[in-house]
Design a protein around this ligand. Structure first.
Ligand SMILES: CC(C)(COP(=O)(O)OP(=O)(O)OC[C@H]1O[C@@H](n2cnc3c(N)ncnc32)[C@H](O)[C@@H]1OP(=O)(O)O)[C@@H](O)C(=O)NCCC(=O)NCCS
Length: 206
Protein backbone atom coordinates (compact mmCIF):
# COMPACT_ATOMS: atom_id res chain seq x y z
CA UNK A 1 0.00 0.00 0.00
CA UNK A 2 1.42 3.44 -0.88
CA UNK A 3 1.92 5.86 2.03
CA UNK A 4 -0.48 8.80 1.58
CA UNK A 5 0.56 10.63 4.75
CA UNK A 6 1.50 14.24 4.01
CA UNK A 7 5.21 14.91 4.07
CA UNK A 8 6.93 17.94 5.59
CA UNK A 9 10.03 20.07 5.19
CA UNK A 10 11.37 22.15 8.07
CA UNK A 11 12.90 25.52 7.41
CA UNK A 12 15.64 26.02 10.00
CA UNK A 13 18.47 24.06 11.53
CA UNK A 14 18.55 25.15 15.17
CA UNK A 15 16.81 24.40 18.45
CA UNK A 16 13.31 25.51 17.48
CA UNK A 17 13.48 23.39 14.33
CA UNK A 18 14.48 20.35 16.42
CA UNK A 19 11.57 20.96 18.79
CA UNK A 20 9.19 21.06 15.83
CA UNK A 21 10.71 17.94 14.26
CA UNK A 22 10.17 16.06 17.50
CA UNK A 23 6.55 17.20 17.70
CA UNK A 24 6.05 16.19 14.08
CA UNK A 25 7.33 12.68 14.74
CA UNK A 26 5.16 12.37 17.85
CA UNK A 27 2.18 13.25 15.62
CA UNK A 28 3.27 10.35 13.40
CA UNK A 29 3.83 12.71 10.47
CA UNK A 30 6.61 12.37 7.92
CA UNK A 31 9.68 14.61 7.71
CA UNK A 32 11.35 14.80 4.31
CA UNK A 33 14.27 16.94 5.48
CA UNK A 34 15.29 20.52 6.29
CA UNK A 35 16.48 23.71 4.69
CA UNK A 36 18.76 26.21 6.36
CA UNK A 37 22.14 27.93 6.40
CA UNK A 38 23.76 24.66 7.55
CA UNK A 39 22.88 21.01 8.15
CA UNK A 40 21.22 20.58 11.55
CA UNK A 41 20.94 17.54 13.80
CA UNK A 42 17.87 15.31 14.02
CA UNK A 43 16.10 17.06 11.16
CA UNK A 44 16.37 14.45 8.43
CA UNK A 45 18.33 15.01 5.21
CA UNK A 46 19.75 18.47 4.51
CA UNK A 47 17.99 19.79 1.40
CA UNK A 48 19.85 23.08 0.90
CA UNK A 49 19.63 26.73 1.83
CA UNK A 50 16.44 28.75 2.21
CA UNK A 51 16.62 29.66 -1.47
CA UNK A 52 15.58 26.07 -2.26
CA UNK A 53 12.23 26.90 -0.67
CA UNK A 54 10.74 27.66 -4.07
CA UNK A 55 11.23 23.97 -4.97
CA UNK A 56 9.01 22.92 -2.08
CA UNK A 57 5.85 23.39 -4.12
CA UNK A 58 7.21 20.79 -6.53
CA UNK A 59 8.00 18.36 -3.73
CA UNK A 60 4.38 18.16 -2.65
CA UNK A 61 5.49 18.88 0.90
CA UNK A 62 4.19 21.12 3.67
CA UNK A 63 6.52 23.70 5.20
CA UNK A 64 7.20 24.08 8.92
CA UNK A 65 8.79 27.38 9.88
CA UNK A 66 11.45 26.20 12.31
CA UNK A 67 13.13 29.57 12.81
CA UNK A 68 13.17 30.76 16.40
CA UNK A 69 11.82 34.20 17.36
CA UNK A 70 13.68 35.99 20.15
CA UNK A 71 14.02 39.57 18.86
CA UNK A 72 13.00 41.93 16.04
CA UNK A 73 15.55 40.49 13.59
CA UNK A 74 14.30 36.94 13.97
CA UNK A 75 10.70 38.22 13.85
CA UNK A 76 11.44 39.83 10.48
CA UNK A 77 13.10 36.66 9.12
CA UNK A 78 10.01 34.64 10.01
CA UNK A 79 7.75 37.27 8.49
CA UNK A 80 9.69 37.18 5.24
CA UNK A 81 9.29 33.39 5.04
CA UNK A 82 5.61 33.57 5.93
CA UNK A 83 5.07 36.01 3.09
CA UNK A 84 6.87 33.78 0.61
CA UNK A 85 5.03 30.49 1.24
CA UNK A 86 1.43 30.04 0.11
CA UNK A 87 -0.77 29.51 3.21
CA UNK A 88 -1.99 26.18 1.82
CA UNK A 89 1.62 24.89 1.87
CA UNK A 90 2.17 25.89 5.52
CA UNK A 91 1.88 23.06 8.03
CA UNK A 92 -0.02 23.64 11.26
CA UNK A 93 1.50 21.64 14.10
CA UNK A 94 0.09 20.91 17.55
CA UNK A 95 2.17 18.82 19.98
CA UNK A 96 0.15 15.82 21.22
CA UNK A 97 0.52 16.96 24.83
CA UNK A 98 -0.95 20.42 24.18
CA UNK A 99 -4.51 21.02 25.40
CA UNK A 100 -6.78 22.78 22.94
CA UNK A 101 -10.34 23.88 23.51
CA UNK A 102 -12.60 22.41 20.82
CA UNK A 103 -13.58 25.98 19.99
CA UNK A 104 -9.99 27.22 19.56
CA UNK A 105 -8.87 28.13 16.04
CA UNK A 106 -5.30 27.43 14.99
CA UNK A 107 -4.37 29.04 11.67
CA UNK A 108 -1.98 27.79 8.98
CA UNK A 109 1.68 27.66 9.88
CA UNK A 110 1.05 28.00 13.61
CA UNK A 111 2.86 25.81 16.16
CA UNK A 112 1.46 24.89 19.57
CA UNK A 113 4.24 23.26 21.58
CA UNK A 114 4.34 20.65 24.34
CA UNK A 115 2.12 21.32 27.33
CA UNK A 116 0.65 24.56 26.01
CA UNK A 117 -3.00 25.28 26.76
CA UNK A 118 -5.29 27.17 24.37
CA UNK A 119 -8.61 28.20 25.87
CA UNK A 120 -12.19 28.50 24.70
CA UNK A 121 -12.76 30.71 21.67
CA UNK A 122 -9.09 31.66 21.28
CA UNK A 123 -7.58 32.17 17.85
CA UNK A 124 -3.89 31.54 17.12
CA UNK A 125 -2.98 33.37 13.91
CA UNK A 126 -0.98 32.54 10.80
CA UNK A 127 2.52 31.32 11.63
CA UNK A 128 2.20 32.14 15.34
CA UNK A 129 4.00 30.14 18.05
CA UNK A 130 2.51 29.23 21.43
CA UNK A 131 5.59 27.72 23.00
CA UNK A 132 6.21 25.05 25.62
CA UNK A 133 3.94 25.29 28.63
CA UNK A 134 2.41 28.64 27.69
CA UNK A 135 -1.20 29.30 28.68
CA UNK A 136 -3.48 31.38 26.49
CA UNK A 137 -6.89 31.47 28.14
CA UNK A 138 -10.33 32.03 26.66
CA UNK A 139 -11.24 34.50 23.92
CA UNK A 140 -7.71 35.65 23.19
CA UNK A 141 -6.43 36.64 19.77
CA UNK A 142 -2.82 35.79 18.97
CA UNK A 143 -1.81 37.66 15.83
CA UNK A 144 0.09 36.40 12.81
CA UNK A 145 3.78 35.67 13.41
CA UNK A 146 3.47 36.39 17.13
CA UNK A 147 5.44 34.28 19.61
CA UNK A 148 4.05 33.52 23.05
CA UNK A 149 7.22 32.13 24.62
CA UNK A 150 7.70 29.31 27.08
CA UNK A 151 5.59 29.49 30.21
CA UNK A 152 3.96 32.84 29.42
CA UNK A 153 0.42 33.23 30.74
CA UNK A 154 -2.30 35.26 29.08
CA UNK A 155 -5.57 35.74 30.93
CA UNK A 156 -8.93 35.84 29.14
CA UNK A 157 -9.73 38.26 26.33
CA UNK A 158 -6.16 39.37 25.61
CA UNK A 159 -5.42 40.61 22.08
CA UNK A 160 -1.85 40.34 20.88
CA UNK A 161 -1.47 41.87 17.44
CA UNK A 162 0.89 40.58 14.70
CA UNK A 163 4.69 40.19 15.05
CA UNK A 164 4.83 40.43 18.86
CA UNK A 165 7.06 38.57 21.32
CA UNK A 166 5.56 37.76 24.70
CA UNK A 167 8.67 36.76 26.63
CA UNK A 168 9.16 33.62 28.62
CA UNK A 169 7.24 33.62 31.90
CA UNK A 170 5.46 36.91 31.18
CA UNK A 171 1.96 37.44 32.54
CA UNK A 172 -0.73 39.50 30.78
CA UNK A 173 -3.83 40.68 32.63
CA UNK A 174 -7.29 40.00 31.17
CA UNK A 175 -8.59 42.22 28.39
CA UNK A 176 -5.23 43.81 27.52
CA UNK A 177 -4.29 44.74 23.94
CA UNK A 178 -0.67 44.50 22.83
CA UNK A 179 0.15 46.47 19.68
CA UNK A 180 1.82 45.19 16.51
CA UNK A 181 5.52 44.42 16.83
CA UNK A 182 5.66 45.00 20.60
CA UNK A 183 8.00 43.00 22.84
CA UNK A 184 7.04 42.01 26.36
CA UNK A 185 10.20 41.10 28.26
CA UNK A 186 10.73 37.80 30.00
CA UNK A 187 8.99 37.79 33.37
CA UNK A 188 7.08 41.04 32.84
CA UNK A 189 3.57 41.54 34.22
CA UNK A 190 1.45 43.56 31.78
CA UNK A 191 -1.42 45.46 33.40
CA UNK A 192 -1.93 48.23 30.80
CA UNK A 193 -2.31 48.14 27.02
CA UNK A 194 1.03 48.17 25.19
CA UNK A 195 1.44 50.43 22.12
CA UNK A 196 2.80 49.07 18.84
CA UNK A 197 6.54 48.55 18.39
CA UNK A 198 7.61 49.21 21.98
CA UNK A 199 9.37 46.97 24.51
CA UNK A 200 7.98 46.77 28.02
CA UNK A 201 9.56 45.05 30.99
CA UNK A 202 9.29 44.60 34.74
CA UNK A 203 6.48 44.34 37.27
CA UNK A 204 4.29 46.14 36.43
CA UNK A 205 5.56 46.31 32.86
CA UNK A 206 6.65 49.76 31.60
C1 LIG B 1 13.52 42.59 27.02
C2 LIG B 1 14.59 42.05 26.11
C3 LIG B 1 14.03 41.91 24.69
C4 LIG B 1 15.74 43.04 26.10
O1 LIG B 1 16.78 42.54 25.35
P1 LIG B 1 18.03 43.52 25.00
O2 LIG B 1 17.53 44.67 24.19
O3 LIG B 1 19.10 42.66 24.40
O4 LIG B 1 18.41 44.11 26.39
P2 LIG B 1 19.68 43.86 27.35
O5 LIG B 1 19.82 42.42 27.70
O6 LIG B 1 20.84 44.59 26.72
O7 LIG B 1 19.23 44.66 28.64
C5 LIG B 1 18.92 46.04 28.61
C6 LIG B 1 18.45 46.42 30.01
O8 LIG B 1 17.18 45.84 30.24
C7 LIG B 1 17.24 44.97 31.38
N1 LIG B 1 16.43 43.80 31.10
C8 LIG B 1 16.62 42.93 30.06
N2 LIG B 1 15.68 42.00 30.10
C9 LIG B 1 14.89 42.25 31.14
C10 LIG B 1 13.76 41.61 31.69
N3 LIG B 1 13.26 40.52 31.12
N4 LIG B 1 13.18 42.15 32.77
C11 LIG B 1 13.70 43.26 33.35
N5 LIG B 1 14.77 43.91 32.88
C12 LIG B 1 15.36 43.40 31.80
C13 LIG B 1 18.70 44.63 31.56
O9 LIG B 1 18.98 44.31 32.91
C14 LIG B 1 19.36 45.91 31.12
O10 LIG B 1 19.25 46.85 32.17
P3 LIG B 1 20.46 47.89 32.46
O11 LIG B 1 20.56 48.73 31.21
O12 LIG B 1 19.97 48.63 33.66
O13 LIG B 1 21.66 47.04 32.71
C15 LIG B 1 15.11 40.65 26.54
O14 LIG B 1 15.90 40.71 27.71
C16 LIG B 1 13.96 39.69 26.81
O15 LIG B 1 13.39 39.60 27.90
N6 LIG B 1 13.66 38.93 25.76
C17 LIG B 1 12.69 37.87 25.81
C18 LIG B 1 13.43 36.52 25.75
C19 LIG B 1 12.50 35.38 25.59
O16 LIG B 1 11.46 35.30 26.22
N7 LIG B 1 12.82 34.46 24.68
C20 LIG B 1 11.93 33.40 24.32
C21 LIG B 1 12.62 32.06 24.30
S1 LIG B 1 11.43 30.78 24.06
Amino acid sequence: MPDHKPTHIILGAGGHARVMAEALRLCDLTLQGHLGPFAGQGLGPYLGTDSALTDVAHRDAFVLIGLGFVNTDSMNRRKHILNSVAPDRLATLVHPSAILSPSAQIDAGAFVAAGAIIGTGTKVGLGAIVNTGAIVDHDCLIGANTHVATGARLAGGVTVMDDCLIGTGAVVRQGITIGTGAIVAAGAVVVRDVPAAVTVMGVPAR
